[in-house]
Design a protein around this ligand. Structure first.
Ligand code: SAM
Length: 283
């Protein structure tokens, strides 16, 4: 493994001070400066030797360093804040060609094209300590879009992480739970207190590991699932016959063999998939 150059880099706090960089709230910047911790997160996505890892928001590069030190064949890091690029170039110089830096908005990149260009033949993964303001839209896009990573290890606010993995019937169960669990095996793998970050956010965080199912729902069914869950959980206090009215109400529920008098939170993932299928089949 060619990790020695990475491990010889100066401590992150020193690098941030040296570059005169302070966190900018607009970009949801809360940094992990403890390299033991970032190493543990990177390890959740192991093995990395045959992987191209897309990292969103490398910031000062703690997780980037960890991914490289854990042996990632290739890391493609997408950072929106240009202030971090010079500092990340120092990590790149130590990476012996294993790190590509992209300055841009992760909501606008083509992950499949990046993986194919920078890591052809490698297993595509996504590992990120996500900025709070774009974490959920990015996850929905990765769950339902055309890019299918082999695994994702993603840091969210703990409350969002709990929603992703929530079981049916629980308070946290919602649209995100259904979309995540219909497409992936999802588990909360690690919880971190707010004080682990610099500056500390207001809430705790957690890493979710999502392993997309080999034979997950096809694109049209996923699009229908987004519509059905959007309607059902958009009015989660109402019975399905009412919240799903515009999509077929009672008739739709009958076609999907789902009780129209229940609320969304008690319908399991299989039930939502049947409802989505019924909207396509024209119930
Ligand atoms: N990975 C670093 C760490 O763990 O210390 C930083 C994590 S910080 C929570 C989120 C990072 O995402 C910041 O560096 C921020 O500038 C970057 N960011 C915010 N919005 C972004 C976007 N739309 N596209 C790419 N990066 C973004």
């Amino acid at each position: 493994m060619t990790a020695s150059g990475i491990e010889a880099l100066p401590p992150l706090r020193e690098v941030l001070t040296g570059h005169g960089l302070l966190a900018d709230k607009r970009f949801g910047q809360h940094f992990l400066l403890d390299l033991n911790l970032t190493r543990k997160i990177a390890h959740l996505a192991a093995p990395l030797e045959d992987a191209v890892v897309i990292e969103v928001g490398p910031g000062p590069g703690g997780l980037t360093r960890a991914l490289l030190a854990e042996g990632a064949a290739k890391v493609v890091a997408v950072e929106r804040d240009p202030r971090f690029i010079p500092l990340l170039e120092e990590v790149q110089a130590a990476s012996v060609g294993r790190l590509t830096l992209i300055e841009g908005d992760a909501l606008r990149v083509d992950e499949a094209a990046l993986a194919a260009e920078h890591g052809p033949g490698l297993r595509p993964l996504i590992v990120a300590n996500l900025p709070y303001n774009v974490g959920t839209p990015l996850l929905v896009r990765w769950l339902t879009g055309p890019f299918r990573p082999a695994l994702m290890a993603l840091m969210f606010q703990k409350e969002v992480a709990d929603r992703i993995a929530a079981p049916v019937g629980s308070d946290a169960y919602g649209r995100l739970s259904v979309l995540a669990q219909a497409t992936s095996e999802a588990r909360v793998a690690m919880t971190l207190p707010a004080r682990a970050f610099t500056p500390p956010p207001k809430v705790d965080s957690a890493v979710v590991v999502l392993t997309p199912l080999a034979n997950g729902p096809p694109a049209p069914l996923l699009a229908a699932l987004e519509r059905v869950t959007g309607a059902a959980f958009g009015q989660r206090r109402k019975m399905l016959r009412s919240s799903l009215k515009t999509l077929g109400g009672e008739t739709l529920c009958a076609a999907a063999d789902v009780d129209p008098s229940v609320r969304a939170e008690v319908v399991d993932v299989a039930g939502f998939l049947r409802l989505a299928q019924a909207t396509i089949s024209g119930a």
